[in-house]
Design a protein around this ligand. Structure first.
Ligand code: SAH
Ligand code: SF4
Length: 366
């Protein structure tokens, strides 16, 4: 059995062609051997993976029944099961998906004018334990497969044909660059014309800055966008908020951003009394200016950490003005989906019967 949905469209095409021709991939099941016109069949099958996805091969009724059952045996199409959906007053919609092994992940759909941005998860939980983050409190459970990452889009399209999001952000649960192989493949599926065909410039990977895979991402020829979760302008404060600072230090992470030939975004969650002073805005400007980076200021979603408070609105505005005065391009985001706890990890955390996170599930960042 091969998980076609965890392959790039080109690799899936090759596996299907091989199977149809009775080659190695089909030898195990013996099912594909001797199919006529494999070239023609392949062009019928590949679009059913992503472009016009089939819920199962049995549903692809334009195919002969015998072929459908052989395909179902050789290449089962994994699904994510919708456990809960919540619709916010502001139009933000949150999906909680159950995976085959019973784990759960979230995606959030954020409509904004003509844009439909889907925020997707890359891991179940997260090992990095940033103090403000609900997913971090959950600890790490496991990596997602490529089929489970791209599957978050596939399931939306299965629910409603033509519902392909215009934009994708890897800002759901997990640290995408700690699951690089699957994220690498998922990026191809999202972007490829035989996948979802979403423009690379409309796909943003958000990371705390895992240096080895950051270099891999920078090497990809497509113009995928990068958002770095900065949240503190100095190594000392960043260390307090984000344990990963111990492993990948701020100056090295900032240096690594210069590998990107395109403009990067710096994500900065404003936390009352922690990182929102004007002096800190000055420090932040010193990092952002030479990079030509866009700074995204985000209000703290209160669900992440009970002991932290969002910055007061006037303080956020003053912080934003100060950055602008330094010539930094900055956007102050509105909080979306507040009434449905749409910050990463929150829905799952709420639904779980307050399962205690065992200490060994927490990150050990040496
Ligand atoms: N692990 C990656 C991507 C997932 S987190 C990363 O950290 O970049 C996606 C974004 O949500 C990050 O910028 C993260 O800092 C932010 N975030 C986490 N908890 C938050 C909260 N309580 N309020 C607002 N943003 C939060
Ligand atoms: Fe993990 Fe990102 Fe949350 Fe930090 S902010 S704990 S890296 S998901």
């Amino acid at each position: 059995m091969t998980d076609l949905l965890s392959l790039t469209p080109d690799a899936a095409r090759a596996a299907l062609a091989d199977w149809l021709a009775g080659g190695a991939a089909g030898a195990g099941a013996g099912a594909g051997a001797g199919h006529a016109e494999p070239g023609y069949r392949v062009t019928q099958l590949v679009p059913r993976l992503w472009q016009r996805p089939a819920g199962s091969w049995e549903e692809a009724t334009d195919l002969p029944a015998a072929l459908r059952s052989q395909l179902a045996a050789a290449f089962p199409l994994g699904r994510l099961t919708l456990a809960t959906t919540q619709l916010s007053r502001d139009g933000t919609e949150k999906f909680l998906w159950k995976l085959a092994d019973g784990e759960a992940i979230e995606s959030v759909l954020i409509p904004e004018g003509k844009r439909r941005t889907l925020c997707i998860s890359s891991q179940v939980g997260c090992a990095l334990g940033c103090v403000f983050c609900a997913t971090g409190r959950m600890g790490f459970r496991r990596n997602l497969r490529a089929s489970e990452i791209a599957g978050q889009v596939r399931e939306l399209v299965l629910r409603e044909a033509g519902a392909v999001p215009t934009n994708i952000v890897f800002m759901g649960m997990g640290e995408p660059l700690l699951n690089w192989d699957a994220v690498d493949t998922a990026l191809t599926i999202l972007n490829h014309r035989d996948g979802f065909g979403i423009g690379a410039r409309h796909i943003t990977v958000s990371t705390v800055g895992i240096l080895p895979s950051l270099a891999q991402l920078a090497k990809r020829p497509e113009q995928f966008r990068l958002a770095l979760s900065l949240h503190a302008p100095t190594a000392q404060l960043r260390h307090e908020l984000m344990p990963i600072e111990k492993k990948y230090a701020l100056p090295d992470v900032i240096q690594a951003l210069t590998q990107f030939r395109r403009r990067v975004t710096l994500e900065y969650v404003l936390i009352g009394g922690k990182n929102d002073s004007l002096a800190q805005a000055d420090e932040l400007a010193k990092l952002a200016r030479p990079l030509g980076a866009l700074v995204n200021l985000l209000p703290l979603h209160p669900g992440g950490a009970p002991d932290l408070t969002p910055s007061a609105r006037p303080r956020m505005l003053a912080f934003e003005r100060r950055l602008k005065r330094h010539g930094v391009e900055v956007v102050l985001r509105r909080s979306r989906g507040l009434d449905i706890s749409a910050a990463c990890g929150q829905l799952r955390v709420e639904l779980e019967a307050r399962r205690k996170v065992r200490p060994q599930e927490h990150a050990r960042v040496e």
